[in-house]
Design a protein around this ligand. Structure first.
Ligand SMILES: [Fe+2]
Length: 487
């Protein structure tokens, strides 16, 4: 972090502290964020507020809190595009101030705990400008003595809250768009989790987009990432066949995800290759680099040359999440074994075989299949050809091999495979953790098959997709992509 950024951060925190609304009751009377209380003359008892109170609220407080949050960059309205109607009909203090109930204009109801609201307070004291990071010190909050004494609404549906926390009082606020988006009551988390489920298809035509579209506009970029997010793979056509040109495309999303194979890698037949992919032999369907705790999220393979005289070498893809979805129904016991017993993945390079600067011994033991707390599959690791020595309880050895064998058979027998012979200028892009990829063996006959590859980190891909979904798209939730997000 540069000195300038640190200085700016310190300044922001300092400014925020100056505006902090920890105060005595005397100070509260003069605060611009003041909320009506039971002691105020001529006002109703605080603790419930409706639309009829909003005009008065605005009158009391001419500063738009909403605008202030936007200016401080702790609120990006686009972030909440998918929230729908964020107007609040009524807000009630319940459970003696331990919770708040919100009745929305669209009829939905949400409940929030006082500690949840306190932790997510958006006032200048509780969120750092620009970074949006919370500064609330949870260890300072006496959970048993925390309750809400007053609530109110502004005309812009900002919820103003007064918390009593032991002998202190805090006044702050939260925007309704934030509350609607992050509502967690009434089965909302389960609904969101269901909405994130992947859609599967038996359509084996690879979806396509033109290179110029991807490069020219944000809409084109969004179309590409949206297809990649929903279907797991997308062919970018007509990419100039220059080496490293794929980086110009990948940098639309993120910097390259570096691995032991570098920022980019050449997939062509080479002697003493560090990986079977760099020979001309067949490659069974697999994902790359499951030896990493966080395997690459997106893989891009740009076809620079594929001479006509080459026989074979077709590319093949299959959706491992779809395969496992069917496998779960057909082989429930084996499915459970693969969720429980960890497989080993290992990649070795002690000698200079790969021309690498540093030796390599990547090793990880993890379940082939990971579930979230609803039992949905959220991550799969699969690569039969770099499976290492099993390191599990001896009672699990035979059940593991029985289950693993069945999964490999299911992948081999999968009927909905995408197949293509890449053409120079094709760039196949796919979710490395979802769309398994493989290749038929080939005979070069003196010709050259040369693909250049790179990876994009899964989190940065997802970040860009969410951003574009909220700015260019309709703000609807994006699908899971096997990155172990427990949602
Ligand atoms: Fe691969």
């Amino acid at each position: 972090m540069s000195t300038r950024i640190i200085r700016r951060l310190i300044l922001n925190v300092h400014q925020s502290n100056q505006r902090c609304i920890f105060m005595t009751s005397r100070q509260q009377k003069h605060s611009p964020y003041r909320t009506r209380t039971a002691g105020d003359k001529g006002t109703k008892l605080a603790g419930s507020a409706s639309m009829s109170q909003m005009a008065a609220s605005k009158h009391e407080n001419p500063t738009s809190i909403h605008q202030e949050m936007v200016e401080r960059q702790v609120l990006y309205p686009a972030q909440f595009k998918g929230a729908g109607d964020v107007r609040i009909q009524q807000v009630n203090k319940i459970n003696e101030g331990k919770m708040v109930e919100i009745i929305w204009k669209d009829g939905k109801r949400s409940k929030f705990h006082s500690i949840w609201l306190r932790h997510n307070c958006h006032c200048p004291c509780c969120k750092i400008d620009v970074s949006c990071q919370p500064t609330v010190d949870l260890t300072e909050i006496p959970l048993d003595e925390l309750h809400i004494t007053d609530i109110d609404l502004t005309e812009e549906n900002v919820l103003k809250v007064v918390w009593k926390e032991g002998d202190k009082t805090h006044q702050g606020y939260l925007p309704s768009s934030y509350l609607k988006t992050y509502c967690y009551s009434d089965g909302e988390i389960e609904r969101k989790s269901n909405a994130a489920r992947m859609n599967f298809t038996t359509d084996t035509k690879i979806p396509e987009i033109d290179y110029k579209e991807v490069m020219a506009t944000e809409t084109g970029l969004y179309q590409w990432l949206r297809i990649l997010g929903d279907r797991g793979l997308c062919m970018v056509k007509n990419v100039p066949t220059e080496e490293d040109h794929l980086l110009k495309v990948s940098r639309r999303v993120a910097l390259p995800h570096h691995t032991i194979y570098g920022d980019t890698f050449a997939v062509k037949d080479q002697p003493k290759a560090s990986n079977a992919a760099y020979r001309n032999i067949a490659l069974n369907l697999h994902m790359d680099q499951p030896t990493y705790e966080s395997p690459p999220g997106i893989q891009m393979l740009h076809c620079l040359r594929f001479d006509d005289r080459i026989v074979g070498g077709d590319s093949v893809f299959a959706d491992i999440h779809h395969i496992v979805d069917v496998f779960r129904q057909e082989h429930p016991d084996e499915f459970k074994t693969l969720c429980r017993v960890p497989v080993t993945f290992e990649t070795l390079g002690y000698e200079d075989a790969a021309g690498r600067e540093l030796p390599v011994h990547l090793q990880i033991r993890r379940p082939s299949i990971s579930l979230n707390n609803y039992g949905d599959v959220v991550a799969i690791a699969y690569h039969e050809q770099i499976t290492g020595p099993l390191q599990v309880d001896e009672n699990d050895v035979e059940p593991f091999y029985k289950a693993y064998q069945k999964l490999i058979q299911a992948v081999h027998a999968w009927p909905y495979k995408y197949r293509t012979r890449l053409q120079p200028g094709d760039m196949i892009t796919f979710q490395n953790r979802r769309a398994l990829h493989g290749r038929a063996a080939y005979v070069s006959n003196g010709g050259l098959r040369h693909l250049q590859g790179t990876y994009i980190n899964i989190d940065e891909f997802r970040s860009m997709l969410i951003y574009l979904q909220n700015t260019v798209g309709d703000g609807s939730p994006i699908k899971r992509m096997g990155l172990l997000d427990m949602y």
